[in-house]
Design a binder for this molecule. Structure first.
Ligand code: FAS
Ligand code: PHB
Length: 390
């Protein structure tokens, strides 16, 4: 089989890249190791930046997001017995859209089907070949048959545990990593949200986040130990712990109910440099991971894909500047989002070695943050998302 771009992975990165390349008339294939149902079953991000919304619109898949998504002007910070609203719109003139990654993925899948574009699901033994030459190949097995795809370029959109980054010689790449000494226990439940906007809470017992997927479905998180197993957390234990970390008025009015999904996610900061190796590019979680505190993971994946789809489109029109500068331009935005996610995580969570002095530093920074318009503006402009080329 011959194509222009072979995409590994049908998560949001791969599907969005496929949609944008299709719009540009660039031939491509997407090769995914899981089933479509499995991809949709993963409960992940919930907040979209304007850059992401614009890219979904450009891909022709933004209609349901605008119809069903929840535009949010701000969020609440709760700490040291206080509550303060960060007014994103007043501070930056922009908003964020609360719309789950599952729905983004579903919209991209549906658009792909409507356009008559196939995706190879349940592919096994996916291997990348000759991407340092001019004729890269991807081999894989699907439905018991061996396949080989010849392409101009390969794009690894296959996430943190994918094959693309693993195919790069270690001496050709530098990685940067910070693993946090705690995880997030997340619960999805069909109950009305406790508040009309998100609540980020820093409590002596740990961090908590009240988010949502709609006005009848919530996504709540509590910081937990990395030794915890999700089976150890009954629904009642989760609700009790969440309420203990929130202001009394929220705990009192919180509607609880059975979890429809419950999982523990480890937190890490990770970046692989560069994001291009000859005819192989990396995008999304294949190249970087952020702790979810700043709601950046999915949005960084989208901005990588936005930069790369423009670069590939320019290449096929005779201009290779975009692909030659992709890695540098993507990493510029990635590192600023890594910093913001690390900063917000460090500010809001309890670390084993925080200590009394460290707690005072967290309290002082939060007190300064909510009393300084300059500090709140800096936080807000990072939260709503920096420009694509920053
Ligand atoms: P993905 O990991 O989503 O997709 C990669 C795809 O490649 C998968 O479908 C995988 O099956 C496939 N693949 C892997 N290896 C392959 C191979 N060898 N061959 C073929 N296909 C292969 N971000 C937020 O902004 N907010 C959050 O709250 C949040 N919570 C998260 C919770 C968890 C548990 C995780 C893991 C991530 C979370 N994220 C969150 C980040 C997440 O949303 C990612 O940023 C987003 O999924 C990135 O999308 P992709 O780059 O497409 O990677
Ligand atoms: C979510 O809705 O899953 C979510 C929202 C904001 C975050 C992290 C996760 O910062």
């Amino acid at each position: 089989m011959r194509t222009q771009v072979a995409i590994i992975g049908a998560g949001p990165s791969g599907l969005l890249l496929g949609a944008l390349l299709h719009k540009a008339g660039i031939d491509h294939v997407i090769i995914e190791r899981q089933s479509p149902d499995y991809v949709l079953s993963r409960i992940r991000a919930g907040v979209l930046e304007q850059v992401t919304m614009d890219l979904l619109d450009a891909a022709g898949v933004g209609a349901r997001m605008h119809r069903e998504g929840l535009p949010h002007d701000g969020f609440d910070l709760c700490f040291d017995g206080r509550r303060h609203r960060i007014d994103l719109h007043a501070l930056t003139g922009r908003k964020v859209m609360v719309y789950g990654q599952t729905e983004v993925t579903r919209d991209l899948m549906d658009a792909r089907t409507a356009a008559g574009l196939g995706t190879v699901y349940n592919a096994s033994d996916v291997q990348l070949h000759d991407f340092n030459g001019t004729q890269p190949r991807v081999t894989f097995t699907a439905k018991g048959e061996a396949h080989e795809v010849h392409a101009d370029f390969i794009v690894g959109c296959d996430g943190f545990h994918g094959v693309a980054r693993a195919s790069v010689p270690t001496d050709a790449m530098q990685t940067f990593e910070k693993v946090y000494p705690f995880g997030w226990l997340g619960v999805l439940a069909d109950v009305p949200p406790v508040h009309e906007e998100l609540i980020y809470a820093s409590d002596e017992r740990g961090f908590a986040l009240c988010s949502m997927r709609s006005k009848s479905r919530v996504r709540y998180y509590v910081q937990c130990s990395l030794e915890d197993k999700v089976e150890q957390w009954s629904d009642d234990a989760f609700w009790d712990e969440l309420k203990r970390r929130l202001p009394a008025e929220d705990a009192a009015r919180m509607v609880t109910g059975p979890s429809i999904e419950k999982s523990i996610a480890p937190l890490r900061s990770f970046v692989a440099e560069p994001m291009r190796f000859g005819r192989l590019f990396l995008a999304g979680d294949a190249a970087h991971i952020v702790p979810p505190t700043g709601a950046k993971g999915l949005n960084l994946a989208a901005s990588d894909v936005g930069l790369l789809s423009h670069a590939l489109t320019d290449y096929y029109r005779g201009n290779a500047v975009g692909i030659d500068t992709y890695s540098e331009r993507a990493l510029s935005r990635i590192w600023k989002a890594e910093r913001f996610s690390w900063w917000f995580t460090s500010l809001m969570h309890r670390f084993p070695d925080t200590g009394a002095f460290g707690r005072r530093m967290q309290s002082a920074e939060l007190d300064y943050l909510v009393k300084s318009e300059a500090a709140m503006t800096a936080m807000a402009e990072n939260y709503v998302g920096l420009p694509l080329n920053v």
